[in-house]
Design a protein around this ligand. Structure first.
Ligand SMILES: Nc1nc2c(ncn2[C@@H]2O[C@H](COP(=O)(O)OP(=O)(O)OP(=O)(O)O)[C@@H](O)[C@H]2O)c(=O)[nH]1
Ligand SMILES: [Mg+2]
Length: 192
């Protein structure tokens, strides 16, 4: 059994070349800016401020490595789909992710996050294509389900049905409702 609460921040890396020296299995968390990646890390580990969250998009700009119970790294990736102040974050993101996926034998699972009130963007689909190309198993993690009303839930289900993503690959979560995370934690553990 993995104790998700036994979590520590290890380091922030501009690229995978600077990853922690101690090699461990990696579980990547990706998704557009503001989708709730850092909040999910805090919720999974039952910690308030392990990962920095912000209501302003574009907060996480580096690959942040968190050690979970000495067993694996959760890797918080910068969000995409948001450019600010003339810096082309998406270009940086593409380069960072290309280097991240190349020859990464430690990467065992990716969590692709989707805000329950939104639909998959081209960027999301590009990431999913990367994951298929590199044969990395992934889960689609719906975030912020606490904010969904009935019609938004129906719209989400219709959207997901169009993509034929197997139900066992989709997780409905809220970072403010810890019980929604139990099945995701079990599923992560199964993939290590
Ligand atoms: N109600 C609710 N709000 C959430 C949830 N998850 C995240 N948020 C809010 O959404 C905003 C963005 O959350 P972050 O976790 O910082 O998002 P991120 O994906 O790490 O963002 P970047 O680092 O900018 O890419 C914050 O204001 C969070 O409080 C959730 O499950 N429910
Ligand atoms: Mg973040």
């Amino acid at each position: 059994m993995i104790n998700f609460a036994n979590a520590t921040f290890v380091k922030s890396c501009p690229s995978r070349n600077e990853k922690p020296q101690d090699i461990k299995t990696e579980v990547l968390i990706v998704g557009r800016s503001n989708v709730g990646k850092s909040s999910l890390i805090n919720a999974l580990t039952n910690r308030k401020r392990l990962a920095y969250t912000s209501s302003k998009p574009g907060h996480t700009r580096l690959l942040n490595y968190y050690d979970i119970d000495g067993k694996f790294y959760l890797v918080d990736a910068p969000g995409y789909g948001y450019a600010k102040g003339g810096i082309d974050l998406d270009k940086l993101f593409s380069e960072m992710m290309a280097s991240y996926f190349t020859n990464n034998t430690e990467l065992k699972l990716a969590l692709v996050l989707l805000d329950g009130r939104r639909t998959l963007t081209l960027d999301d689909k590009e990431i999913i294509n990367y994951l298929f190309t590199y044969q990395i198993p992934f889960y689609l993690v719906i975030t912020k389900t606490d904010k969904l009303n009935q019609s938004e839930k129906a719209a989400l289900n219709k959207h997901l049905n169009e993509y034929h993503i197997p139900a066992e690959q989709v997780f409905y979560t809220s970072s403010v409702q810890p019980k929604t995370l139990v099945s995701l934690q079990k599923a992560i553990e199964k993939n290590l």
